[in-house]
Design a protein around this ligand. Structure first.
Ligand SMILES: C[S@@+](CC[C@H](N)C(=O)[O-])C[C@H]1O[C@@H](n2cnc3c(N)ncnc32)[C@H](O)[C@@H]1O
Length: 274
């Protein structure tokens, strides 16, 4: 059987790193997520992953631990709201909708550029209540098609750093203007992390990170409807969930002592509305 030939560059290419990480975690012992849907999707893709020079064990643990944290926030929201809308922005090749398995009262939108959506259609199964939107998240048009009457969860995992700051703030404003109430979960890169990560994604895909966020106040100042309820260091999440080889574990624990490293990537949860 021939695979699905994938050519994704710029920010879109980075979704391949996430799929690679989830698939490797699924086959690791012990596994963090055990995401067999991601592993099956990865097996369908024809792409020279070796050119990325990634360390499968490390990338698997990093990607899966972040995904598990955001799965937890997603499941908490779904447990509270039987009828709800979920917008997974910059969904890439992530398989969260199958991992958290929302019930029949939930409509779930995975939004990414049309090229990424085209790959998704070829490597993932379909499911009830699931919609794929091929558009830039910064294009206001698609959002107007999403019903606004239910509690809404907005997930932006691995997205903000690829947006221009003005576009990101405008997107958050459109979301809190359109939906009466909901929760926004997203991760951030500080200016230090943007500089570091740019080297990898630039070399691999010609992608550039733009938006540095130092903490929740950067977003709350620009959008008073957003109230941060949780701010967690990505490094701390990894240190809790992951058992790394001795040398890497030591490095991570030392890095945790340095605020610049500890706050390089934050996982933030906001509420808005009544
Ligand atoms: C690092 S990947 C993260 C994918 C997924 N959220 C995950 O965590 O596995 C970044 C994704 O953001 C998408 N993206 C970046 N800018 C976007 C935009 N303006 N509109 C839609 N998607 C965008 C890219 O195409 C890519 O799929």
């Amino acid at each position: 059987m021939t695979g699905v030939k994938v050519h994704l560059d710029d920010a879109m290419g980075t979704s391949l790193i996430m799929l690679y990480g989830l698939a490797h975690d699924a086959r690791a012992h012990p596994t963090i997520l055990g995401d067999t849907i991601a592993a099956a999707a990865y097996d369908k893709v024809e792409y020279d992953f070796a050119r990325l020079g990634l360390k499968p064990e490390l990338i698997g643990k990093a990607v899966a631990s972040r995904a598990r944290h955001f799965d937890g926030w997603t499941s908490e929201f779904l447990a509270r709201h039987e009828r709800a809308t979920v917008l997974n922005l910059g969904a890439g090749l992530d398989s969260r909708v199958w991992r958290v398995a929302p019930g029949p009262g939930v409509t779930w939108y995975d939004v990414d550029f049309p090229e990424v959506v085209d790959v998704r259609r070829q490597i993932f199964p379909d499911r009830d209540g699931y919609r794929l939107v091929g558009a830039s998240v910064t294009d206001p048009g698609w959002l107007e098609e999403v019903p606004a009457d239910l509690p809404t969860l907005v997930i932006a995992q691995g997205l903000t750093m690829y947006l221009q700051p003005a576009d990101g703030h405008a997107l958050l404003r459109r979301i809190t203007d359109r939906f009466a109430r909901g929760v926004v979960v997203l991760d951030t890169h500080s200016a230090y992390a943007v500089r570091r990560q740019n080297k990898l994604v630039n070399r691999a895909f010609g992608a550039t990170l733009h938006w540095a966020i130092e903490g929740p106040a950067d977003l709350e100042r620009r959008n008073p409807r957003l109230h941060c309820t949780d701010s967690v260091s990505g490094l701390a999440v990894q240190a809790d969930l992951v058992r790394l080889p001795f040398f890497y574990d030591l490095l991570m624990r030392l890095a945790m002592l340095v605020p610049k490293a500890r706050n390089a990537g934050l996982y933030l949860r906001f509420t808005f509305g009544d």
